[in-house]
Design a protein around this ligand. Structure first.
Ligand SMILES: *[C@@H]1O[C@H](CO)[C@@H](O)[C@H](O)[C@H]1NC(C)=O
Ligand SMILES: *[C@@H]1O[C@H](CO)[C@@H](O)[C@H](O)[C@H]1NC(C)=O
Ligand SMILES: *[C@@H]1O[C@H](CO)[C@@H](O)[C@H](O)[C@H]1NC(C)=O
Ligand SMILES: *[C@@H]1O[C@H](CO)[C@@H](O)[C@H](O)[C@H]1NC(C)=O
Ligand SMILES: *[C@@H]1O[C@H](CO)[C@@H](O)[C@H](O)[C@H]1NC(C)=O
Ligand SMILES: *[C@@H]1O[C@H](CO)[C@@H](O)[C@H](O)[C@H]1NC(C)=O
Ligand SMILES: *[C@@H]1O[C@H](CO)[C@@H](O)[C@H](O)[C@H]1NC(C)=O
Ligand SMILES: *[C@@H]1O[C@H](CO)[C@@H](O)[C@H](O)[C@H]1NC(C)=O
Ligand SMILES: *[C@@H]1O[C@H](CO)[C@@H](O)[C@H](O)[C@H]1NC(C)=O
Ligand SMILES: *[C@@H]1O[C@H](CO)[C@@H](O)[C@H](O)[C@H]1NC(C)=O
Length: 481
């Protein structure tokens, strides 16, 4: 091969590398599902789709074992409920690091590449009030000290994922951005802590929630559409909601004197069900727009040519047990449905123009539970409401994919959801004699009646739970006697 052609190829490869390494792309993997895909299958899914980073919300041993030996960079999480004990006890922080970090990292080549420990899961969310907020800095400090003791401080960084509502601008103008005033003091402490340890600022950016909360923003502006009316902030022009939020944050950081701190987008995505505007078509447009923006490396008006260090998509999979305190869309953030099937096409710039589905997924039999139309249905609605309090009926919410199916189709939807969640056991389709098991798929148009996964994993959890309950019962019996 002539040397100049070699040079051209080398140059192309280098440029290719630079282009795609602009912002490392990761994905959030939550496990709040009644029938989660087995962790080994999820790791396979991540690898098939060439993701290089994954962010967890806890440190589930089965998940970490599945990640052992993979090349994925991992963020593990400390749930908010643990923050209080880690603030008050250095020892508790040390044993958590020992049991959930050291054990997996120091396993040589077969270990887990843990890059970050996320202290809390958006502990500053406004609706939590003061529940977790006072413990965050103390807990982060004690976890940092524990990592230092374990000689892991250069490998593993301590971060705190901040919610989309920890910063704001009343006028909607980025140049007037600031942190929520109740967080002033904590934010200065957090930013000082992060800077000292050379750790980035983890934050959620959510154009969907800005739209949902009706912040004077149009759908087109949220979806990166060229046709959207741009917004001016003195001499700066904003063409999309993402840039507007990002620069509102940049101003808030600058006001406290941390204008240069590195930013990691810990969560960004668009849900596909459970609310108006939450559709696969919108999610596809949003994700495509986001990817083009990140790959262009253009940055934002306040940080030109300086895109986020890393970006984690919310989320990998739908989760039917996620809290819906913020809205019914919360269970539908996945790029993939609960069973690992891609909802839309998206080019993450990692080789293929489409996502690859999970392989060899095992389902329960093709059976559904519906309402028996031959019965007196005057009390059926009460049964359905009852079912929905345990099962997932978010698709029935206004704007959801099943919001238009008429009564008693919606009762059937509720019954089926309950039945699938209970592994299709016959007694979970009773409903006082109103339920009927069928092998005919009751799905209509966009309203899909799911069949749940067959998963030994959830049975394991179930067994562990039973075992723990039994142990407690035995212990109680011994105490009583
Ligand atoms: C956090 O821990 C410190 C040290 O033990 C303690 O002084 C402080 O009161 C704790 N904070 C809260 C809010 O309990
Ligand atoms: C992590 O470590 C703590 C302390 O040893 C332990 O209580 C906890 O169960 C471990 N696992 C997870 C998932 O946090
Ligand atoms: C927070 O900071 C803002 C702007 O610097 C200031 O106006 C406000 O009084 C501060 N609030 C508190 C509680 O310190
Ligand atoms: C949906 O988007 C429109 C703008 O196109 C907005 O007016 C409306 O409030 C949004 N609804 C929800 C529930 O987000
Ligand atoms: C709403 O947005 C428009 C631009 O789209 C802007 O001119 C107007 O000032 C905004 N109003 C508020 C209250 O933010
Ligand atoms: C924003 O500023 C540009 C010039 O920088 C101008 O052409 C445009 O009309 C302005 N848009 C609005 C909505 O004021
Ligand atoms: C992953 O990378 C491989 C090798 O570069 C490529 O062949 C494949 O198409 C990529 N897959 C996806 C989903 O991007
Ligand atoms: C409906 O519920 C009421 C109150 O529980 C009960 O009295 C009535 O018999 C029920 N009707 C049917 C048809 O089951
Ligand atoms: C439900 O029906 C209304 C009115 O026919 C329509 O505008 C809306 O798009 C439908 N929603 C869904 C989720 O199919
Ligand atoms: C089903 O639809 C009926 C009539 O629109 C409504 O009254 C009832 O609340 C719905 N039930 C559920 C579980 O969505």
């Amino acid at each position: 091969m002539p040397p100049n052609r070699c040079l051209v190829i080398l140059l192309c490869l280098t440029l290719y590398g630079l282009y795609y390494e602009a912002t490392a792309l990761g994905v959030n993997w939550g496990t709040m599902a009644s029938h989660p895909l087995p962790p080994t299958k999820v790791v396979e899914l991540l690898e098939l789709n060439n993701f290089t980073k994954v962010k967890l919300f806890d440190a589930d041993p089965l998940v970490l074992e599945a990640l052992s030996g993979s090349k994925l960079g991992v963020t593990i999480g400390i749930p908010n409920t643990m923050l209080k004990s880690f603030n008050s006890s250095k020892k508790a922080a040390q044993s958590w690091v020992h049991d959930n970090v050291t054990r997996y990292v120091s396993n040589g080549g077969s270990g887990v590449r843990i890059e970050y420990v996320a202290v809390g899961d958006e502990p500053f969310l406004q609706r939590y009030g003061e529940q977790f907020h006072p413990f965050v800095i103390g807990a982060a400090t004690n976890i940092q000290t524990a990592l230092l003791k374990a000689s892991l401080e250069s490998k593993v960084k301590v971060v705190v994922p901040c919610s989309f509502d920890s910063f704001l601008s009343e006028s909607g103008l980025p140049s007037k951005g600031h942190f929520r005033t109740d967080l002033n003091k904590t934010m200065i402490e957090l930013l000082t802590f992060l800077t000292k340890h050379n750790s980035p600022f983890f934050v959620t950016i959510s154009p969907f929630l800005s739209l949902y909360q009706n912040k004077n923003i149009s759908l087109d502006f949220s979806l990166f559409k060229d046709t959207a009316k741009s917004r001016n902030d003195s001499h700066r022009t904003y063409g999309n909601s993402f840039d507007l939020s990002y620069d509102t944050l940049v101003t808030a950081l600058s006001m406290l004197g941390f204008s240069r701190i590195g930013i990691v987008i810990a969560q960004i995505g668009w849900p596909t069900d459970g609310s108006a505007n939450a559709t696969s078509a919108n999610a596809e447009t949003f994700t495509k727009g986001l990817m083009e923006h990140l790959h262009s490396k253009s940055g934002t008006p306040l940080r030109p040519k300086d895109p986020p260090i890393e970006t984690y998509i919310l989320s990998l999979l739908d989760e039917d047990q996620r809290s819906i305190a913020a809205g019914s869309f919360e269970r539908h953030w996945g790029l993939f449905t609960f069973d690992g099937q891609a909802k839309y096409r998206v080019d993450f710039g990692q080789g293929s123009k489409t996502l690859v589905n999970a392989q060899n997924v095992e389902y329960l039999p093709s059976k559904w539970c519906v309402v028996n139309n031959n019965k007196d249905l005057s009390n059926a609605s009460a049964s359905a409401l009852n079912a929905c309090s345990a099962a997932d009926c978010t698709a029935l919410s206004p704007g959801g994919s099943c919001s238009n199916i008429s009564w008693p189709g919606n009762i059937s939807y509720a019954f089926n959801s309950y039945y699938q969640q209970h592994d299709q056991s016959a007694d979970s389709c009773d409903f006082g004699g109103l339920g009927l098991i069928t092998t005919v798929d009751p799905s209509v148009d966009k309203c899909r009646f799911p069949v749940e996964l067959r998963t030994s994993y959830s049975h394991c959890l179930h067994k562990a739970f039973l075992l723990r309950t039994m142990t407690l019962l035995v212990a109680a019996a011994i105490l009583v006697s």
